[in-house]
Each structure stands twice: as structure tokens, then as C-alpha cells.
Ligand binder design. Structure first.
Ligand code: BGC
Length: 491
């Protein structure tokens, strides 16, 4: 398998820096000064995730899933029908493309599939970061950007990849936002998330938007499958392992999908597929019940472009962990002189501390916490003492631990629901949860807390059968595989 990248890539779970300006350059310190220790103690308490709380979260997740399957709008969880009723088998053959629009980055892939024996013969991709201004541009501008990158990618082939005569290039489009899917290759955008505020797309079929943009580029390609990134990841992982039943993305945003029996979907009125199962995109980022939230979460939510929405996502995903830590540090420097007498200007800027910074600080094992010191200097413009650096690391750990444990509880909620409604067909055999996303991949402590929680909640026996495993870049290849499965030329 050859992999060629031409990337101006940024770290995969880094945040687009917010365009917002700091409210004031220098804040007046409040007179009722608190100690850093008392703020930290309160933070620990507010973020605590004891097992009974996590059990409650798992139970609520399962209950919300059932409510969302019963009727649209009946639950925080949209439980979206993906129209993916058949997963890749390994027989897929030919040349397919994938477009992946997710969070920070945008990717175009070309995948050469060689059937059961040769499998993935080659993969090549281009990746670019989404320019900040495009995230609040018009729909046309965003889709023109996407189509132009795709056109360049195809142009560079220079006749190297020939399709059989009369065939149009087929593409799987991974679109990682909540869609009301209307068929395997059409879907209406319900709501942008992850800081996107592009005008004119919500309420529209995103495949139509892409087709129009491809038309403007003179590009003749056909979208054969429109999939959420979780669905792509599930398909990509299932290609290699028949026991994959759930896929979870933990990156800039978060979400999960899983294999559901059609008989368990009261809101499904269409005829049942031969296999009797389908993939459900839970959109679990919108989950909100029983979460241990702090004043910092509430303030961040209130200041966000989607207040009151995506609360689970705002508590556990890569876009937000850094910002929560920043808010705590800001409060500590304001109320407890954590960084001396003045309040660092840069620290007042929303999203100036990013989740990769938080992660890097937690990896610092040096005696003086040197790396923590230099990140704090670069990000907040402060010279920190060893004592304040230790506090910072503890805050990072508190927020990462809460995130990882809640994500683990969410996974157990899904598995529990599947087990109960399939009358025991999940825990009694090897069941794989495919994980992807930069947060999961690059943050070892977060990953550890997630795994520990799954094991603790399921108990030693059942957890032997449940494999939570990283399935890197499955969503791109998965979309190409689903383009193959749904190719007009296969039928
Ligand atoms: C979107 C999901 C997506 C997830 C992970 C969320 O913000 O609503 O559709 O799967 O991010 O990328």
C-alpha cells in the first residue's frame, strides 16, 4: 500500500483559533481573593466521575437512544438513519475517491481496491487545513473550495488512473456534521457544529451543493455515498474485521454510530433490507443528561455560537478541552494570583490555549516542568513558578480525565443498549469498538481513562470480549468503500 501526502496539515485535533478578541486588555482583580487550592478543590468536586454517576450516564445514553429511534425529535440524540444497510465485505474492486470534510482539515483520497486477495492496493491523499475565513463564508464559497481541491487532485493524475470506458469517477463524501439523510447519496444539513457557521447550507442537500460546485469546476464526478465520519470509520474498520459493531470519533468534535437491528427502529417505515440491520448515526455530541458540569463549562457554552447545544461534545471533545482549561487558569489568575499580580493578556483570549497544548503539558515529566513553563509562556505570556505549573498540570488532568471517563460511559451506554435489545447478542462474543480522531489518537491519558472506564463499567468478564481499538483513518477509506458498495456500476 502506498501512501503519498501533500499536506499543509495541522495537528489533527487542534482548534481553529477563534477570531474573537479579548474582552479587555487588563482585568481588574476581584477583591474577594480565593486561593488556587480552593478553586482546584471545587473543580475536582464538580468534575468528579464516580462509577454510580457514570452508570447513570450510560443508562441515560441508552434511554435517549431508544427515544430517538422511536420518533424524530423525541430525544437529544437524533439517531439518524444512514441508509447504509450493507457494510464492505472485502470483495470491493476498482478505483474510488473520497472527500472528507470534518473539522480542522479537509482531505481528498484516491483508493484502488483489489478485491478479497489484494484488498487496498493503493491509497493516495491530499490534505489541507480549512482556512479560518471559510468556516464563516457562504455555502458557495466553501463548496467551491472543496470542488477546486478535488479537481486539482484529479488533474494531477494526468491519465495515470483510467476508468473502464463510459464510467464516471465515483466518490464517497464524508460530511461530518448532522444531516437528515434522505438516501444513501443525499442529505440535508441540520446544523453546523465545531465552530462552522457557513451561511446558506443549513436546510440544503449537501450533495446538491457539491454537485453544483463540481459543475462550476467542470468536474464530472458522481457522489455514490454520503456518510458521516463515524459511518465511514465503521465501514473502514469492518472491512478488516467482521466483529466491528460501533465506531466512535473523538477529534475536534465527537460522535458515535453502531449497527442496529431494523426491528428495533420504530421510526423506520421503509422496507427492511435483506440483512435486517442498518447503521445508526447517534449524533451523541448533543447528549446532555446528568453530566458533571462546572461554571467554566456553562460560561463557555453561553459564549459559544451554539449555546445550549452539543453539551456532551463541549465536555469531552478536542475543540473544547483546551478552552475549559484556559477558563480555569484565567479564573485562577484573576482570583488567586496564579501568575503573579497582573492577569496575562493572552490568557484572556478565548481558545488561545488549545487541546494539543493541554496534552503536551501533561506529557512533561521533567523535574522543573520545563515544557509546561514554555507552553504557558508562549500561550499566556507568563513566567510561571514550579508551583503554578504543577497546578496547571493538575487542571489539565482533571479536565482530560472527566472527558475520557464520560466518553467511556457513552460507549458502554451504546453497548448496553445493543445487548439488551438484541437479547444478549453483543457481550457474549468478541465485539469491537473502532475509535478514531486526533484526541483519541494523540492523548494517552485521555485514552487511558476511557479504556479504564469501559473496563470498570463492564466488569472483568464482559470487558474481555469488548475490544476498544484505534482504527486510523478509517473514515476516508470507509467512504471510498461505501462508494464501491453503492456504485451504480455494481448493479
Ligand atoms: C458532528 C458529527 C460528527 C462529529 C465528529 C460533530 O460535531 O455533529 O456529525 O460525526 O462532530 O466529527
Amino acid at each position: 500500500m502506498s501512501v503519498i501526502t501533500a499536506a499543509s496539515a495541522v495537528p489533527p485535533f487542534c482548534l481553529p483559533r477563534s477570531g474573537q478578541r479579548p474582552r479587555v486588555a487588563m482585568m481588574v482583580r476581584s477583591s474577594n481573593a480565593l486561593s488556587a487550592a480552593s478553586i482546584l478543590t471545587k473543580l475536582h468536586n464538580d468534575c468528579a466521575t464516580p462509577l454510580p454517576l457514570l452508570r447513570q450516564v450510560a443508562d441515560s445514553m441508552a434511554a435517549d437512544m431508544r427515544a430517538g429511534l422511536a420518533a424524530d425529535g423525541a430525544s437529544d440524540l437524533k439517531m439518524i438513519l444512514s441508509y447504509v444497510d450493507a457494510l464492505p465485505t472485502g470483495e470491493e474492486n476498482g478505483l474510488y475517491y473520497a472527500l472528507d470534510l470534518g473539522g480542522t482539515n479537509f482531505r481528498v483520497l484516491r483508493v484502488q481496491l483489489g478485491g478479497k486477495e489484494a484488498r487496498v492496493v493503493s491509497t493516495e491523499f491530499d490534505q489541507v487545513s480549512i482556512p479560518q475565513e471559510l468556516m464563516s463564508a457562504t455555502s458557495e464559497e466553501l463548496f467551491d473550495f472543496i470542488a477546486s481541491k478535488l479537481a486539482k487532485f484529479v488533474e494531477k493524475e494526468g491519465g495515470k488512473f483510467e476508468l473502464p470506458h463510459g464510467r464516471t469517477r465515483e466518490v464517497g463524501f464524508t460530511f461530518s456534521f448532522a444531516l437528515k439523510q434522505t438516501s444513501i447519496n443525499s442529505g440535508i444539513l441540520i446544523k453546523w457544529t465545531k465552530g462552522f457557521a457557513v451561511s446558506g447550507t443549513e436546510g440544503r442537500d449537501v450533495v446538491a451543493c457539491l454537485n453544483e460546485a463540481m459543475g462550476r469546476q467542470g468536474l464530472n464526478m458522481r457522489v455514490s455515498a454520503l456518510v458521516n465520519d463515524t459511518v465511514g470509520a465503521l465501514a473502514g474498520a469492518r472491512y478488516w474485521d467482521d466483529n466491528v459493531m460501533v465506531a466512535v470519533i473523538l477529534g475536534t468534535g465527537t460522535n458515535a454510530c453502531y449497527v442496529e437491528l431494523m426491528d428495533n427502529i420504530p421510526k423506520l417505515h421503509a422496507p427492511k433490507s435483506a440483512g435486517g440491520s442498518t447503521i445508526i448515526n447517534t449524533e451523541w455530541g448533543a447528549f446532555s443528561r446528568g453530566l458533571p458540569l462546572t461554571e467554566f463549562d456553562r460560561e463557555m457554552d453561553a459564549a459559544s455560537i451554539n449555546p445550549g447545544q452539543q453539551i456532551f461534545e463541549k465536555t469531552i471533545s478536542g475543540m473544547y478541552l483546551g478552552e475549559i482549561v484556559r477558563r480555569v487558569l484565567h479564573r485562577m489568575s484573576e482570583d488567586a494570583t496564579l501568575f503573579g499580580d497582573s492577569i496575562p493578556k493572552k490568557l484572556q483570549m478565548p481558545f488561545s490555549l488549545r487541546t494539543p497544548d493541554v496534552c503536551s503539558m501533561q506529557q512533561d515529566t521533567s523535574k522543573d516542568l520545563e515544557a509546561v513553563g514554555s507552553i504557558l509562556y508562549d500561550v499566556a505570556g507568563v513566567n510561571s513558578s514550579l508551583e503554578s505549573r504543577k497546578i496547571v498540570v493538575e487542571i489539565c488532568e482533571t479536565i482530560a480525565k472527566r472527558g475520557g471517563r464520560l466518553a467511556g460511559a457513552g460507549i458502554v451506554g451504546i453497548l448496553q443498549k445493543m445487548e439488551e435489545d438484541s437479547k444478549g447478542a453483543v457481550f457474549g462474543k468478541r465485539t469491537v469498538v473502532a475509535m478514531d480522531g486526533g484526541l483519541y489518537e494523540h492523548y494517552p491519558q485521555y485514552r487511558g481513562h476511557l479504556q479504564d472506564t469501559v473496563t470498570e463499567l463492564l466488569g472483568p468478564e464482559i470487558s474481555k470480549n469488548v475490544i476498544v481499538q484505534h482504527s486510523k483513518d478509517g473514515s476516508g477509506i470507509g467512504a471510498a468503500l461505501l462508494a464501491a458498495t453503492n456504485s451504480i456500476y455494481q448493479h
